[in-house]
Write a protein that binds this ligand. Structure first.
Ligand code: SF4
Length: 341
């Protein structure tokens, strides 16, 4: 759904609000690309208030790109400790070395994007904030604000969502002050247009907001629902007699892996009781995370749906992945005691 609004007026209102309400953050005190860049990388997975002390310490120890490029890795990681995602620190240093070798910070969006660890979001942020280049920034906060402004239920993480909201962001971008405009939208999302309970009464864009007009702001943005992973423990019986192993074969009409052979569970051999555990392994199937325990049991009088299979012929049988993992684990455990795959 395209956003129909008076764009210049919206841009004006947004910047008036930002000029008056913006938080005083250390990386906003000048437009130095190094300072902005470090802050953007730190803020990728960390909230502003949590990142602040790390940022101050980091900049005190590595006050320039050169200092960062030449720092021993242990020192670098020590100053990143607590922020996690250490690959970000390593990428920062790699990029600092690229910048040092090139003799200065790149000044085009394309060249900024080529730095180690810099993606679309960071490149657009640095290009617009430090060099006033007209690139719209899209982060989680901005997606939320835009989906509400346009009252558009397209899933923000979908390909269509990235395209739709990318277009809305480009349409709204203020070419005169792109850096401030981007920061203003991010700030609005972080402080007013909150995920839950957006503060519409305080919002400078309330008059332009189509979700507020429709009363749908609490239902947006639409996100893909990620099903929960279900954890489950299951017991597989390892029943040997002579050179034979007890297995059962899935019927030809089975919905799941017809014709494949499995180790029996209680469902196939009711009344079996385990004597000792040979080992365990995990196996994921769609949204299930199974922990399979393999337990030995004495041969039953009645094998039910199961059948004795010569162990020497297992290689030629269509074994399910679970059964294959179990056989591998038992072979290993026989060689060196209990094992976990
Ligand atoms: S009016 Fe409400 S929903 Fe719309 S942008 Fe402002 S805070 Fe967000």
């Amino acid at each position: 759904m395209p956003l129909e609004t008076d764009v210049p007026q919206l841009q004006r209102r947004l910047l008036e609000w930002f000029d008056a309400a913006k938080r005083d953050l250390p990386w906003r005190r000048d437009r130095d690309p190094y300072r902005v860049w470090v802050s953007e990388i730190m803020l990728q997975q960390t909230r502003v208030t949590a990142a602040l002390p790390y940022y101050e310490r980091f900049m005190a120890r590595f006050p320039s790109i050169k200092a960062l490029a030449e720092a021993p890795e242990a020192d670098l990681l020590a100053h990143w400790a607590g922020l996690g995602y250490y690959y970000r620190a390593r990428n920062l240093q790699r990029a600092a070395q690229q910048v040092s070798a090139a003799g200065g910070f790149p000044r085009t969006h394309q060249a900024i994007l080529a730095l180690s660890g810099v993606g679309d979001y960071t490149a657009a942020a640095i290009a617009s904030i430090c060099f006033s280049l007209p690139h719209a920034v899209l982060d989680g906060n901005v997606y939320r604000v835009l989906s509400r402004l346009a009252n558009d239920p397209t899933e923000i993480s979908s390909t269509a969502g990235k395209r739709v909201f990318g277009e809305v962001a480009a349409k709204l971008l203020n070419p005169d002050r792109p850096g401030d405009h981007n920061q203003a939208l991010m700030e609005l999302g972080a402080t007013v247009c909150l995920p839950r309970n957006p503060q519409c009464l305080l919002c400078p864009l309330a008059a332009f907001c189509e979700a507020r007009a429709a009363g749908t702001q609490d239902q947006l943005p639409r996100k893909r629902r990620v099903p929960k992973i279900v954890r489950e423990e299951r017991t597989l019986f390892w029943v040997e007699r002579g050179n034979h192993l007890l297995l059962w074969q899935r019927p030809a009409g089975s919905q799941l892996m017809p014709g494949f052979w499995e180790l029996p569970e209680a469902e196939q051999l009711d009344g079996l009781s385990g004597t000792s555990e040979l080992g365990s392994f995990r196996h994921g199937i769609t949204f299930h995370d199974y922990l399979f325990r393999i337990v030995t049991a004495a041969p039953p009088a009645d094998t039910g749906v199961a059948a004795w299979v010569n162990i020497g012929t297992l290689d030629g049988l269509p074994l399910s992945t679970v059964a294959k993992k179990a056989v591998t684990l038992v072979e290993r455990s026989v060689k060196r005691g209990a094992a976990t795959l």
